[in-house]
Design a protein. Structure first.
Length: 400
């Protein structure tokens, strides 16, 4: 694989991912506003919409992730998801019925949730075949993940501008058009790619004694990452209330802190992509969990703006490690012919964490200190569980 060819392929794959990610970043932040302002949905209806959509998304994406590792193949699942996304955003643009939008979100939009996992799965499969250096493959996956963060910095701003000069429908049509471009590009990039699934019977016979152990490790890591994503979801959705209620921070300051964190995640992820050739992903993930614990501790005892800027720098560090390195870590747990389900499960840890965070926040209510202590205990548990579980996992996988 020549450097020129490698660079061209990465650019094409990156373009597919950027168009899809910008489409999502354009539409998703304004969904609730659209339901409330255009469809006149009540708060209870919006709550139902968000809960039902999240659950359907997790269930359907997991099923599609499993099916992508079977004979149906990753490309078929990817194309199905893209077509579902295009149709969904078109219906969003023309429908004025809450029931219709809810049905579309729970079915078609949930089908489109497979797009990003399958792009990563197909890309990992391709990089694995064409790159001899495992660290190089991991670094390329981390760089692809960086593009999603960049898209989420750009997308909401563009969406806000569109709303200032046009209507919600324009956002949805633009999102659908971007996915259409990705659909065309994906045919060009992946059409001739042969999947590892074709060799699944041979590989399964060769590694049948090790596969059960790999799947057990996958489930354990899935649960561990759900726990840390729960802590992060609380930090995203509840910690700002802690600042405004307890220390009198303004909404403008909350916005500055969140925007600053999102921007910092990008250079940090590029740094981790460089470091994984010298430091193992397992070690960096352990370090990230420790930084998360320090973040929670500092949040409890910091009241100054300078202190909070430092706190959110720590958040950018641990979260960039979590989302940047967690993906290639999961993809290495089981053989490459199972990368569809591993990629999907990792990306679904975020959604599961948000659901659990809602329950945790509801339980503790306004008891900020008790919540902080509880979250710190979760982080300590994650550090211990991850260290014990991952001690020899990567070495075992490499021998399978």
């Amino acid at each position: 694989m020549s450097v020129k060819n490698s660079g061209t392929q990465f650019l094409m794959i990156g373009s597919i991912l950027v168009f899809v990610s910008i489409a999502m970043a354009l539409a998703l932040p304004f969904q609730s506003l659209y339901l409330f302002q255009v469809l006149n949905a009540s708060e209870k209806q919006i709550g139902l919409f968000l809960s039902a959509s999240s659950i359907c998304n997790l269930v359907i994406s997991s099923i599609l992730g499993y099916l992508s590792d079977q004979k149906i193949g990753r490309k078929s699942i990817l194309y199905l998801g893209m077509l579902a996304g295009i149709i969904s955003y078109f219906i969003y643009g023309v429908s004025k019925s809450f029931a219709t939008i809810l049905l579309v979100s729970c079915v078609l939009m949930s089908l489109s949730s497979c797009i990003v996992p399958q792009i990563f799965a197909l890309s990992y499969e391709r990089f694995e075949k064409e790159e001899k250096n495992a660290e190089q493959v991991e670094a390329m996956i981390v760089k692809l993940r960086t593009l999603i963060s960049a898209a989420w910095v750009i997308g909401p701003s563009v969406g806000g501008f569109i709303l200032s000069v046009s209507k919600f429908q324009t956002i949805f049509y633009a999102a659908g058009f971007l996915i259409l471009i990705s659909f065309i590009l994906s045919f060009i990039v992946y059409f001739n790619q042969k999947s590892e699934i074709q060799n699944v019977e041979e590989k399964t016979l060769k590694a049948s004694s090790n596969e059960a152990g790999a799947m057990k490790r996958l489930i354990l890591f899935f649960l561990i990452f759900i726990c840390i994503q729960t802590v992060n979801a609380c930090a995203d959705n509840y910690f700002p209330l802690y600042l405004t209620e307890r220390y009198g921070f303004t909404n403008q300051w909350i916005g500055i802190l969140n925007g600053y964190t999102s921007l910092l995640e990008i250079p940090f992820m590029l740094l981790w992509a460089k470091l994984i050739s010298k430091i193992s992903i397992r070690t960096l993930l352990n370090a990230g969990f420790i930084v998360c614990g320090i973040f929670v501790l500092m949040y409890m005892g910091t009241s100054s703006k300078i202190g909070m800027i430092f706190c959110y720098c720590l958040k950018a560090i641990y979260y960039s490690i979590l989302i940047g390195l967690g993906l290639p870590f999961f993809q290495k747990i089981v053989p490459v012919n199972k990368v569809g389900i591993t990629t999907t499960l990792f990306l679904n840890t975020s959604g599961c964490g948000k659901i659990l965070a809602g329950a945790v926040i509801h339980f503790f209510g306004g008891n900020y200190n008790q919540l902080m202590v509880f979250l710190f205990v979760i982080v300590l548990g994650v550090i211990g569980a991850f260290y014990l579980t991952s001690q020899d996992s990567l070495e075992e996988v490499s021998n399978e």
